[in-house]
Design a binder for this molecule. Sequence first.
Ligand SMILES: Cc1cc2nc3c(=O)[nH]c(=O)nc-3n(C[C@H](O)[C@H](O)[C@H](O)COP(=O)(O)O)c2cc1C
Length: 172
Amino acid sequence: MSKTLVVYFSRTGNTKEVAETIHEEVGRDGTIAPIDKTGPVELYDLMFVGFPVHSHSVPFPVETFIKSLPKGKPIALFSTHGAFSHHPIAREALEYAAVLAGHCRLLGTFHCRGRLSLQAMETLAKSPEHREWAEMAPSAASHPDSHDLAEAALFARHMKARSAEKSPAGRD
Ligand SMILES: Cc1cc2nc3c(=O)[nH]c(=O)nc-3n(C[C@H](O)[C@H](O)[C@H](O)COP(=O)(O)O)c2cc1C
């Protein structure tokens, strides 16, 4: 049976919630772990790696982790963010993560909005460089919601099916 690891980095729980939904969907052959407690990853046939968007980008521990993955490892990336889902911020951090994962076999990506803590909102209000997405942040308060989690579950199922497909010759 193929083995799946769901890895997440999460400061305030949003990305963890999405990771847990993915883990539930993956079923019995899945393991879930925070990014600093994964152990050896060679054992796994599929890895989900999730992170919150921080300052428009990928948090440093996640960058380091993705770069350290073995060549050809089948992975699926997911993120949560305060900005609107259609905003370039939401897409760009995942695109950067995909570049970092250039040596892996990237099967797909998923993202949804995630509420900001009160503390983060207060910090944002004081930082002019964050004004653009800070204006969008309050409407993320209800996320991730049941719709986001249902989509995350569907994503998990698709990624699992895709990981079972034979990879194109020369890609791994
Ligand atoms: C320090 C910090 C920086 C953030 N920067 C961004 C950002 O640039 N763009 C964005 O859309 N959301 C940003 N957010 C919002 C988080 O990405 C969002 O709330 C996320 O769901 C938090 O996930 P977590 O609960 O797993 O930590 C930031 C949050 C924090 C705390």
